[in-house]
Design a binder for this molecule. Structure first.
Ligand code: ZN
Length: 234
């Protein structure tokens, strides 16, 4: 995702009203716009959604579901590593001649930025392939890690397995992942086009204010949506 110079991480703005099994944070980047991270309970596991992220080299939202198979130990360890900025790895999949692992690289590709990645390695080959990767300011990973650790004890041993990953749509105003539990069903027909499925922060006008405050760029499509909302709110 290129150079990261002036990250301006912010406190998550929606924390106060969110259920305790969810956390969401955004960093504003001076040249690349908004980076979202969402951590929430998903059945008996945790779902970490990074939007945008890189999936097979293409920008997309990466919804990573981690099962809780060991009384929360593995998830707690991951949370602790993110919170304290330590390198960490979790084996994910193994097949004939290959392995995939979830790896956290602190201060990579540069100081102050951390990378969470699903890396595939092939026997007998050097290095690995980044199948999925998300780069965020270390401070945002730290906050995600603290919240992950906070949520894990709330999972409960008899939570449903939830093998299916919950569907999320991306908010058209900020590309934040919007899960059913957090959706705002705002529909605005007054502008040049209808706007649906906005997250609450965009529907309230908070996103546009934050983007302006941070002087962060956003793509023209997002801007058009946010300005339509602002116009409709008068
Ligand atoms: Zn939004």
């Amino acid at each position: 995702m290129g150079r990261h110079k002036q990250h301006k991480p912010r406190r998550p703005q929606a924390k106060r009203e969110q259920p305790t099994t969810e956390w969401f944070g955004t960093a504003f980047h001076s040249t690349e716009g908004m980076y979202h991270l969402d951590v929430r309970q998903s059945g008996n596991g945790i779902l970490i959604t990074s939007s945008p992220a890189e999936m097979d080299g293409v920008p997309a939202a990466w919804a990573l579901r981690l099962r809780n198979d060991d009384n929360g130990q593995g998830l707690t360890d991951l949370g602790a590593a993110l919170a304290s900025g330590q390198k960490h790895g979790i084996g994910m999949d193994e097949g004939p001649g290959f392995q995939t692992a979830l790896l956290f690289f602190p201060d990579y590709p540069e100081e102050g930025i951390g990378t969470l990645a699903r890396v595939r390695t092939v026997d007998g080959e050097d290095g690995g392939t980044f199948e999925r990767r998300a780069e965020r300011p270390m401070s945002l990973w730290a906050e995600a890690g603290e919240n992950l650790r906070r949520i894990v004890p709330l999972l409960g041993p008899d939570a449903p397995a939830a093998d299916e990953v919950e569907d999320c749509r991306l908010c058209p105003g900020c590309y934040r992942p919007v899960y059913e539990s957090a959706a705002s069903h705002t529909l605005i027909g007054a502008g040049p086009f209808p706007v649906m499925g906005l997250c609450r922060l965009c529907a309230e006008g908070t996103t546009l204010r934050s983007v302006r405050e941070a002087d962060a760029p956003i793509d023209p499509q997002q801007r058009a949506v946010l300005e339509t909302v602002a116009a409709a709110m008068g």
